[in-house]
Design a protein around this ligand. Structure first.
Ligand SMILES: *[C@@H]1O[C@H](CO)[C@@H](O)[C@H](O)[C@H]1NC(C)=O
Ligand SMILES: *[C@@H]1O[C@H](CO)[C@@H](O)[C@H](O)[C@H]1NC(C)=O
Ligand SMILES: *[C@@H]1O[C@H](CO)[C@@H](O)[C@H](O)[C@H]1NC(C)=O
Ligand SMILES: *[C@@H]1O[C@H](CO)[C@@H](O)[C@H](O)[C@H]1NC(C)=O
Length: 349
C-alpha cells in the first residue's frame, strides 16, 4: 500500500507539468508556512496538552493512507457484504490458522451460536501469510491476502514484540482502507466466540463502538478501558478521518499497543471537535476473560482476552464452547431458569 501511495504522489506531481511546477513552488511554500502558522496559533491558544501537538502535526506531515486501488479487495468485500455495505472482518496468521487452532474454534462458534451461522456469509478473513491463506481458502469463501512488504507474520506473534506491534498497526491501516471503500465493519479478533447475533446490541447513534476489557457501566464514558479486538465502525467521513489519525499517531507512540494509543488519543479535543460519536460496549453482551459475560441468556461474544499464549487460549476456548453446548441442549424454559456459569478461565488465569 505504501508503494501505491508513493506512486500516486509521483503521478500527481508529474501531472503538474514542468513550467507550472516552477511557478507554483513559491505559492506552495507560502501555503505551507501559512498553514503551519495557523496550526501553531491554534495549538497555543486552544490545546495545551503536550500530546495533542505532535499527533496533530503528524497527521498533516505523514503521507496518509490512500485508497488501495485493489480490485481484488473490492471484489471480496462486495461479495461478502450485507445489503447495507457491512462486513465482518478478522485477521489470521498461520499459527492461528493451523488445524485445531484458534481459527477452527472461531468458525465453530458461528455454527453453534444463536443466529450466527448466516453471518459467516459476511465474514471476510484477512490472511497475513500464504499458509494462513491456503487454510482459509480450504474452509471459507471470503479470504483476502494482505501483502505486507518486508514483514513476516507467519509465526505466532508474541504479545508486544515488534512483529506483534507491526501486525496491529497494519490492521488499523487496513481497516481505514475498508472504510474509505465505503464499507462499515465489525472487526473481530479470531479468539472471540460468536454466540449470538450482536447487531441488535449496538447503539444506533454511534460512529465507533468498541468492546471493553473492563466496562465501567457508562457506555459514553471515555474512561472505559477499550479492547480493539472487537469494534463496530460505520463508514463515514468522521471514521475515515479517525482511522488516519489513529494510524498516524504510531510515530508518537512507537512502542505501545494500538489500543493503548487509542487510550491516549481518545480524549483528544480534535475527536470531540469532529463530533465522532464513540460508545463502549457492555461486557454483559460483549464479554471476555477480563470481565466475564455472566448471563448465558444475554451473551453475544466472549473474548479470550487477559490471556497470554496460544495454547492457553485454545484450551479455554474449547472449554467455553463445551459450556455453551450444555446450555444449548437445555429446553428453552430451562435456559431461562438455569443460570449456568462458565468454567473458564482456567489456563488463562
Ligand atoms: C463470491 O462468493 C461466493 C461464495 O459466497 C464464491 O463462490 C465466489 O467465488 C465469490 N466470488 C468472488 C469474485 O470472490
Ligand atoms: C516467514 O517465516 C516462515 C517461518 O519462519 C518461513 O517458513 C517463511 O519462508 C517466511 N516467509 C517469508 C516470505 O520470508
Ligand atoms: C445491516 O444489516 C444487518 C443485517 O440485515 C442488520 O442487522 C444491521 O442492523 C444493519 N445495519 C445498519 C446500520 O442498518
Ligand atoms: C449492561 O447490561 C446489563 C444487562 O442488560 C444492564 O443491567 C446494565 O444496565 C447495562 N449497563 C449499561 C450502562 O447499559
Amino acid at each position: 500500500m505504501k508503494t501505491s501511495a508513493e506512486s500516486n504522489n509521483n503521478a500527481s506531481v508529474a501531472r503538474g507539468g514542468h513550467s507550472n511546477l516552477v511557478a507554483r513552488r513559491p505559492i506552495q511554500i507560502f501555503f505551507i508556512f501559512f498553514v503551519g502558522f495557523a496550526l501553531m496559533f491554534m495549538f497555543v491558544y486552544n490545546y495545551t496538552s503536550p500530546v495533542t501537538i505532535p499527533v496533530f502535526s503528524q497527521y498533516f506531515i505523514a503521507p496518509t493512507t490512500t485508497i488501495d486501488n485493489d480490485k481484488k479487495l473490492e471484489n471480496v468485500l462486495r461479495n461478502a457484504s450485507m445489503e447495507n455495505n457491512t462486513v465482518i472482518i478478522t485477521t489470521l496468521n498461520d499459527a492461528w490458522a493451523e488445524p485445531n487452532s484458534i481459527f477452527d474454534i472461531f468458525l465453530e462458534s458461528f455454527h453453534v451460536g444463536i443466529e450466527t451461522e448466516k453471518l459467516l456469509d459476511h465474514l471476510v478473513v484477512i490472511t497475513l501469510d500464504e499458509k494462513a491463506h491456503a487454510r482459509c481458502q480450504a474452509l471459507h469463501p471470503h479470504c483476502y491476502q494482505l501483502e505486507t512488504k518486508g514483514t513476516n507474520f507467519t509465526n505466532e506473534a508474541f504479545f508486544m514484540t515488534k512483529v506483534y506491534l507491526d501486525m496491529m498497526w497494519r490492521r488499523i491501516e487496513f481497516l481505514g482502507t475498508v472504510l474509505e471503500l465505503g464499507y462499515s465493519f465489525i472487526f473481530t479478533d479470531t479468539d472471540i466466540m460468536w454466540l449470538r447475533n450482536p447487531f441488535n446490541r449496538f447503539y444506533d447513534d454511534a460512529d465507533f463502538q468498541i468492546a471493553c476489557d473492563n466496562f465501567n457501566g457508562d457506555s459514553n464514558d471515555l474512561n472505559n478501558l477499550p479492547n480493539g479486538g472487537f469494534t463496530y465502525v460505520k463508514s463515514n467521513e468522521k471514521t475515515i478521518w479517525f482511522y488516519k489519525f489513529w494510524f498516524n499517531s504510531r510515530s508518537i507512540y512507537p512502542r505501545i499497543l494500538t489500543q493503548n494509543v487509542l487510550n491516549k488519543i481518545k480524549m483528544n479535543p480534535l475527536i470531540h471537535d469532529i463530533n465522532l460519536k464513540i460508545r463502549f460496549l457492555n461486557t454483559t453482551y460483549f464479554g471476555g476473560f477480563c470481565q466475564i459475560s455472566k448471563d448465558f441468556n444475554e451473551v453475544c461474544t466472549m473474548h479470550a482476552n487477559c490471556c497470554v499464549g496460544l495454547d492457553n487460549k485454545i484450551n479455554d476456548l474449547k472449554i467455553l464452547l463445551q459450556d455453551w453446548a450444555k446450555y444449548m441442549k437445555l429446553p428453552d424454559k430451562r435456559k431461562v431458569e438455569a443460570h449456568p456459569s462458565w468454567s473458564v478461565p482456567q489456563s488463562c488465569k
